[in-house]
Design a protein around this ligand. Structure first.
Ligand code: ADP
Ligand code: MG
Length: 338
């Protein structure tokens, strides 16, 4: 394993810029999530690191070695995609051992390595099964084991969980984190799901239109999104700006300028709350009552109340502000919300 460094990387398709000025470092053994909407250039960036697309600007260094001119198969990178692309006619063990076979590793060495990898991904008992007999999640685990087989210095994962259904995705994200920690491989995980980035990575780079708009620890980025678009993309429910932001900022003891991004549960019904409004709509969720409240001077905002509270449309309520569930924003690009 080694440190992966991208230095002002740019990529084009047929002369059209697709990725520009991407500078990122993933420390040895670290996991970086590259998060961004569809079409933001994530896969292209990954293909550039792997050597599948030529850089038009900048450099990629792995463990201090400049990869310019180094062909894909000599880069020490392993790639894995959304559909693990297993060989359907090979067993699970043969799939995982394939990279070792290509490297002409003697079977006596390969066999224990394959067994250890299958244990690592929780498929120790599946060695002789064919891919067609596995669930989607199991197939992705096999693909991950195969990607790790040749001891890559960097593991490049392109939406590895995106083809799975939501429940399985959440569970496998947890497992993926544990597997990557244990394997200790430097990893770049590309995803458009913020939950996946939060669950798996240490650091996060948010891409938009081919550029990295924010980069930092997962907690930092989540706590302080750089702008309104990023906040909404990260799953904040609403962004208020200008005069509409002021009452909320004041209620949270924050300086009264700029915009504010609110999570759905940033405002809670509380008798002595500093904000007042009238309930417009209410809906029961498993954990709480979800409200839309028209707050004086602010407009419609999301709020929550404990399950079983007797508030409904037309009722006047007071709202308290949970400062850990909102983020002040320095600037507003396109304030919006659902
Ligand atoms: P993401 O992975 O973030 O969804 P991509 O890297 O796949 O984004 O695509 C970034 C941009 O490059 C998009 O506008 C896409 O249409 C374009 N693009 C991707 N692949 C090709 C290609 N092979 N030829 C031309 N344009 C492409
Ligand atoms: Mg993609």
């Amino acid at each position: 394993m080694g440190e992966l460094a991208l230095d002002r990387v740019g990529l084009d398709y047929e002369g059209v810029p697709v990725v520009r000025d991407v500078t990122l470092t993933v420390p040895a053994g670290g996991v970086l999530a590259v998060l961004g909407p569809s079409g933001s250039g994530k896969s292209t960036l990954l293909r550039g690191v792997a050597g599948l697309e030529p850089l038009v600007e900048g450099r990629v260094l792995l463990d201090g070695r400049d990869l310019a001119g180094v062909p894909t198969h000599r880069r020490g990178c392993a790639l894995m995609f959304q559909d693990g692309q297993l060989f359907s006619h090979l067993t699970v063990a043969q799939n995982v051992g394939y990279p070792l076979k290509v490297r002409r590793q003697p079977a006596a060495q390969a066999r224990p390595r394959v067994a250890a990898l299958l244990e690592l991904v929780g498929l120790g008992a599946y060695a002789d099964r064919l891919p067609a007999t596995l669930s989607g999640g199991e197939r992705q685990r096999v693909a991950l084991a195969r990607a790790l087989a040749a001891d890559p210095q960097a593991l490049l994962l392109d939406e590895p969980l995106s083809a799975l259904d939501a429940g399985l995705r959440a569970r496998l994200a947890e497992d993926l984190r544990a597997i990557l920690r244990e394997a200790g491989t430097t990893t770049v995980l590309v995803t458009h799901e913020q939950e996946e980035a939060f669950a798996v990575a240490d650091t996060m780079a948010v891409m938009r239109d081919g550029r990295v708009v924010q980069h930092g620890s997962v907690a930092e980025v989540w706590r302080a999104p750089v702008d309104a678009d990023t906040a909404l993309f990260l799953g904040y429910a609403r962004v208020l700006d200008g005069a509409r932001a002021r009452p909320v900022l004041a209620a949270a003891d924050l300086p009264p300028h700029g915009a504010v991004a609110l999570r759905r549960s940033a405002l809670r019904v509380r008798d002595d709350g500093p904000l007042g409004g009238v309930v417009e709509a209410s809906r029961v969720s498993p954990e709480q009552l979800r409200l839309v409240v028209r707050v004086d001077g602010v407009g419609d905002v999301d709020a929550v109340a404990p399950l079983g509270s007797h508030v409904g449309p037309g009722d006047a309520v007071r709202l308290g502000v949970d400062g850990t569930r909102l983020a002040p924003l320095a600037e507003v690009s396109h304030p919006s919300g659902p």
